[in-house]
Write a protein that binds this ligand. Structure first.
Ligand code: ATP
Ligand code: MG
Length: 260
């Protein structure tokens, strides 16, 4: 049995977090592991990206308040993760389960404290579920760092595109992550159009002592798959982006992995 693996995906808006989360979760589910994807974006869309129909995705209710109790060592779920997923989640291709962290139904609804506490508790409990992979696709805001929602993950993937503001966002998030007990904090370089793009990103992150563990090329197939409303892994299964995500997964799950 493989140890539980908890992955958070963060980075600047539009960097490719959801595309990579959807592809990674489908690939790892095909290895026979039980996979839960938490859509940590209050404008959720990873369910559709990984192949759940729009109608079924629209029917996923956000996780309600009251699923956790405060304990001395932090928030803890009242029920097993599997029960929460069965009640509030949906299942997609390859058996990937999806839950939605939060989705404001009204303006002026207030803060998302309780949603962050719930996700934090799910991640903490997931540590004890061998053979499982729990992946959180976060929104671009770094709020999950200040709230410590990311505290209980084993790997944090900072997705960046080859332009300065995106690199700088990943660098800043890396700094925040260093204050949390996360074993692997790595960069995924996405939308690479040339060797120069990769070289510039490698140099930038090396200067900040950050490891680039994933190298994902630009591919028009990603945009075409979006237009067709088909998950990339089904639209272009043998294409370069799926291959690059598979290589990243291999690196993350290597027994001796520090992803470096
Ligand atoms: N490797 C790639 N090649 C070409 N286009 C890509 C690639 N990766 C992502 N994209 C495109 O970039 C856009 C943003 O992707 P995605 O929604 O996955 O980003 P995100 O980081 O989740 O965005 P948000 O911050 O809004 O959640 C989409 O149009 C997607 O098709
Ligand atoms: Mg997204």
């Amino acid at each position: 049995m493989s140890p539980a693996l908890r992955i958070a995906v963060a980075g600047k808006g539009g960097a490719g977090k959801t595309t990579l989360s959807a592809t990674l979760s489908r690939l790892v589910a095909r290895q026979g592991r039980s996979v839960l994807v938490i859509d940590g974006d209050s404008n959720p869309n990873v369910a559709v990206a990984l192949g759940i129909s729009r109608t079924a995705a629209a029917a996923i209710d956000p996780l309600p308040m009251g699923l956790v109790s405060r304990r001395l060592d932090g928030a803890a779920l009242n029920d097993p993760v599997a029960t929460v997923v069965d009640r509030f989640g949906a299942r997609g291709p390859d058996g990937v389960a999806v839950v939605h962290m939060a989705m404001p139904a009204h303006a002026d609804e207030g803060c998302l404290c309780s949603s962050h506490a719930t996700v934090s508790a799910i991640l903490a409990d997931a540590e004890h579920q061998g053979d499982s992979v729990t992946l959180v696709d976060f929104e671009a805001s770094p709020e999950h760092f200040s709230r410590g929602t990311t505290r209980h993950v084993d790997a944090l993937l900072l997705v960046a595109e080859p332009y300065y503001r995106s690199l700088e966002t990943a660098r800043r998030m890396g700094e925040l992550a260093a204050e949390l007990p996360i074993k692997q904090v790595v960069v995924v370089a996405n939308k690479l159009r040339s060797p120069d793009d990769l070289a510039a990103m490698e140099e930038f992150f090396a200067n900040h002592n950050m490891v680039v563990a994933g190298r994902v090329p630009w591919s028009d197939a990603v945009l075409d798959a979006d237009k067709a409303g088909t998950p990339l892994i089904d639209y272009d299964p043998d294409g370069p982006v799926v291959a690059a995500v598979a290589a990243l997964l291999e690196r993350l799950t290597r027994p001796d992995s520090a992803a470096a």
